[in-house]
Ligand binder design. Structure first.
Ligand code: IPE
Ligand code: IPE
Ligand code: MG
Length: 225
């Protein structure tokens, strides 16, 4: 075990470039990315990671071509459908994103149903927690938190804002990973990653490996708590 108690958050980028390099459609890159996520979950469990949080689809990603968006939605249904596998690994699934009843939320019903079922059917697992960010954006989350407090007449400060986030019990991020050579945070967990080091990996997400994860965990270890 080299990763116990660590919260690793990944911005899974580079699926499109991975596919283009192989002369494949972007959708094939997303399919490979979902398959690699299943592999990375297994590796993270073996490495003793406590929380793995992944950016699956952002509030900004809806402007992508319809066919690509439809493919990514189908892959999330598949991901949340991996219940037997997750139960075997003792992984508890959670989801973070614009609440389904929020007027701006865009998660379609069939994905909502898959999310709700995965959360329910893995709720008793006590191993790693896998949180999937879908229809997620940090600015939307922080604005939603502020609005919730305003409506309740609660004073807005760092503590009350933190407790009004979508998932207030999500622990602080210990290391933020960005794949595919990009050096942007792209509106992911801005509040929760305030003090986190960032591990930049040149691997495209479908190639993100055990060594890449080890590098990230090692970086998390360099920050005193
Ligand atoms: C990440 O890969 C997946 C999502 C953002 C949904 P990209 O699709 O952004 O891949 P690149 O960046 O175009 O290579
Ligand atoms: C970030 O990747 C979002 C996800 C991984 C879901 P993008 O490829 O959408 O980010 P930008 O647009 O390059 O910043
Ligand atoms: Mg990208």
């Amino acid at each position: 075990m080299y990763g116990s108690d660590v919260h690793v958050a990944c911005i899974m980028d580079g699926n499109g470039r991975w596919a283009r390099k192989r002369g494949l459609p972007r959708t094939a890159g997303h399919t490979a990315g979902e398959e690699n996520l299943a592999a990375v979950v297994r590796i993270a469990v073996r490495s003793g990671v406590d929380h793995l949080t992944v950016f699956g689809f952002s509030t900004e990603n809806w402007v992508r071509p319809r066919q690509e968006v439809r493919h990514i939605l189908g892959l999330h249904k598949k991901l949340f459908g991996r219940i037997a596998e997750l139960n075997e690994l003792g992984v508890r699934v959670r989801w973070i994103g614009r609440p389904f009843d929020d007027p701006t939320a865009r998660t379609p019903r069939y994905v909502q149903r898959a999310i709700i079922k995965a959360i329910r059917d893995t709720a008793n697992n006590s191993g790693m927690t896998l949180t999937v960010a879908f229809d997620y954006g940090s600015r939307a989350e922080i604005a939603h938190a502020a609005e919730t407090l305003r409506r309740a007449g609660t004073m807005i400060d760092a503590e009350s804002l933190g407790s009004a986030m979508y998932m207030p019990d999500l622990p602080p991020v210990d290391v933020l990973v960005r794949t595919s050579g990009e050096t942007r945070v792209s509106n992911f967990l801005l509040w929760q990653s305030a003090g986190a080091p960032i591990s930049f990996s040149t691997s495209a997400w479908p190639d993100f490996s055990e060594d890449d994860l080890k590098d990230a965990i090692a970086l998390a270890r360099t920050i005193p708590h």
